[in-house]
Write a protein that binds this ligand. Structure first.
Ligand code: FES
Length: 109
C-alpha cells in the first residue's frame, strides 16, 4: 500500500528547476526534465545526508545538475547518477511519481 502525496504547483515548475518536498519524515527532490516530473529521495549516497538545506537549492550554478552542498557531488537530473564527486558511479534513489487528473503525486511506502 502506497501513501499518495500531491506535488504542489508542478504546472509552474520550470524545465530544469528543482524543489524540495518534505512529507512527514520523508524528504524528496522533484525536478522537471524534458517535460517530465522526476523525483528522488533527498539523500546523498556519499554520507546519507540531504543534498541541500533549507537555504539553498540542490542545483549547480548553471542548473544543469543536482548538487550536494556537503562535498560537491553532481548528479544527473535525468537518472540520478553521480557523475563527479566522492560517490561517483552511485545513484540517488528514484521515487515513484504518479499522475491523476492532471496532478502529480509522490507515491511512497
Ligand atoms: S554527503 Fe553528499 S557529497 Fe558528501
Amino acid at each position: 500500500m502506497f501513501n499518495k502525496h500531491l506535488i504542489p504547483n508542478t504546472q509552474s515548475l520550470l524545465e530544469g528547476q528543482a524543489l524540495n518536498i518534505k512529507v512527514e519524515e520523508y524528504d524528496f527532490l522533484v525536478t522537471k526534465q524534458q517535460g517530465q516530473i522526476i523525483a528522488y529521495e533527498n539523500n546523498c549516497p556519499h554520507q546519507n545526508k540531504p543534498l541541500n538545506d533549507e537555504y539553498d537549492m540542490p542545483l549547480d550554478a548553471e542548473g544543469d545538475y543536482l548538487k550536494c552542498h556537503h562535498h560537491g557531488a553532481l548528479f544527473s537530473p535525468q537518472d540520478g547518477s553521480c557523475i563527479t564527486g566522492p560517490c561517483q558511479g552511485s545513484h540517488l534513489k528514484k521515487a515513484i511519481v504518479g499522475m491523476e487528473q492532471g496532478n502529480c503525486y509522490l507515491l511512497f511506502a
